[in-house]
Design a protein around this ligand. Structure first.
Ligand SMILES: C[S@@+](CC[C@H](N)C(=O)[O-])C[C@H]1O[C@@H](n2cnc3c(N)ncnc32)[C@H](O)[C@@H]1O
Length: 457
């Protein structure tokens, strides 16, 4: 591992830690700037994500290895120790003595001899003694299970009570495995076979996806640099996320509202499904994010997206009620289904966040539902696995809005392999990351009745 790479990894980790910056955004920025080859980019990603993923387990060891607390001004040393311990315990690419040597050199040039001595002492002790004695202190406590998978204790317990111990364990375990890069074919411009051939010619190995007919899985190579990406033939998107537009089922010529649209993954998918005919109105609360939607639409050659800044809770002020054929609410959520890609989420989000988000989700869903034409479709989706934000929001919505019912055609729109996960009499789906090696996603579809039950104010 080169000096440059270590410095970049440390810089990203310090930013994530000190500024509560999103790990994926920081890492992407660093990767774009860095003058390193594809192999080193992959290594850098593994180290940064791995260190964040394993944070509480690493800190459990660090607490026992440190003789005295690290001074506030030297907090960056914690990140250096964490990334070194991560490599020593969970990666076998670089021998321990090289990891220790590199860490000591960084401590010397970024700090001083004293810090270098402390780093050396801690890492050598770990190398000498291993972790067995430290592990024994946990006995067989419930915390031990959570720590084994580097999960916050409260969240692990919550998953166990919501989905059972076995599912909680499988999900926590799968979250430690790096996510594959997957992409969606722009079916307006090309086909899956043609794009796979084109990528192959460029030296990028990819295969057909398991979940979506437009999905591909990248096995080798960096997609954003490819010709296919630059020509707008593909969009990087998780495979379970691709099922959302499918649940919406937009058709050419329709008017569709995407109430929480940025950065535009699903809006662009809807626009592609509509073959550029009709209109997708894409809203987002944040003005700067609207630019992201416009940029993606332009790259993909899509002219039927109308992106605007608007709070989805205020749609009534801008649009006539019952004026959209289909409405999508891809709501802001805790993101517990995408921990593999944004590992910092599991440390940042709390039970209170889930409560706060649920209230926003309900408000958005309530407002957006008023835009749906009779017999139109409303889809609610999140990239989380939390029942309170998912199934319970659906149950609340249908009880508060008798003018809606479960979409009777939901199951037909889903691929065969997810159908066993759809509960009879319902039209929702909770995909967990360990089912298909995809993001955890919740998708629910409701249909507005033709004459309706009692309408909500
Ligand atoms: C899960 S993300 C949407 C992802 C997007 N659908 C995609 O596929 O690329 C949720 C989005 O909702 C936006 N948001 C949050 N509160 C909102 C509100 N009240 N009205 C509109 N958008 C909101 C956030 O800025 C964020 O971009």
């Amino acid at each position: 591992m080169s000096d440059n790479l270590r410095a970049i990894a440390l810089e990203v980790l310090v930013k994530v830690e000190q500024n509560q910056a999103y790990s994926n955004l920081q890492l992407n920025q660093a990767l774009q700037k860095a003058d390193v080859n594809e192999k080193d980019k992959a290594l850098l990603t593994s180290i940064v994500y791995g260190t964040i993923q394993r944070k509480n387990t690493i800190d459990f060891y660090l607490e026992q290895l440190l003789n005295k607390p690290i001074k506030k001004k030297d907090r960056w040393v914690l990140s250096l120790l964490r990334l070194s311990i991560f490599q020593m315990l969970y990666m076998d690419r670089v021998p321990d003595h090289a990891i220790i040597h590199e860490a000591v050199e960084i401590a010397k040039y970024k700090g001083h001899q004293g810090l270098a001595g402390m780093v050396n002492g801690i890492l050598r002790k770990l190398q000498r003694e291993g972790t067995d004695a430290m592990d024994e202190k946990l006995g067989n406590s419930a915390e031990k299970e959570a720590l084994k998978y580097s999960m916050p204790f409260w969240l692990y317990q919550r998953w166990s009570s919501q989905f059972g111990a076995e599912n909680a364990e499988k999900m926590a375990e799968s979250n430690l495995i790096p996510a594959p890069v997957t992409a969606r074919i722009n079916t307006m411009l090309s086909s899956r076979t043609a794009v796979l051939d084109e990528l192959n010619e460029e030296g990028i190995t990819a295969a057909e996806g398991e979940l979506s007919s437009e999905g591909i899985v990248i096995k080798n190579g960096y997609l954003p640099n490819s010709k296919a990406y630059k020509e707008g033939l593909v969009t990087i998107q998780d495979e379970s996320s691709m099922l959302v537009a499918r649940a919406v089922g937009a058709k050419p010529g329709e008017i569709v509202l995407d109430a929480c649209a940025a950065p535009g993954g699903k809006s662009t998918h809807l626009a592609e499904m509509m073959k550029g005919e009709g209109r997708v109105v894409s809203l987002d609360l944040h003005q700067h994010k609207i630019e992201l939607i416009k940029k993606q639409a332009e790259r993909l050659g899509l002219n039927n997206i109308d992106a605007r800044t608007l709070d989805a809770r205020k749609v009534k002020e801008e649009f006539e009620t019952e004026s959209f054929d289909r409405v999508l609410v891809d709501a802001p959520c805790s993101g517990f289904g995408v921990i593999r890609k944004k590992p910092d989420l599991k440390w940042a989000k709390t039970e209170q966040d889930v409560k706060r988000l649920t209230s926003i989700q309900k408000d958005i869903l309530h407002s957006a539902s008023q835009m749906v034409k009779p017999e139109g479709i409303l889809v609610y989706s999140t990239c989380t696995v939390d029942k309170e934000e998912n199934a319970e929001v659906s149950e609340w919505f249908l009880s508060e809005h008798p003018e809606f019912e479960w979409d009777p055609h939901f199951s037909e729109k889903m691929p065969e392999n997810v159908k066993p996960f759809i509960i009879e009499e319902r039209s929702d789906l909770q995909i967990m990351p360990h089912y298909f090696n995809s993001d955890g996603f919740y998708i629910a579809a409701y249909r507005k009745k033709s004459t309706g039950g009692e309408k909500h104010a």
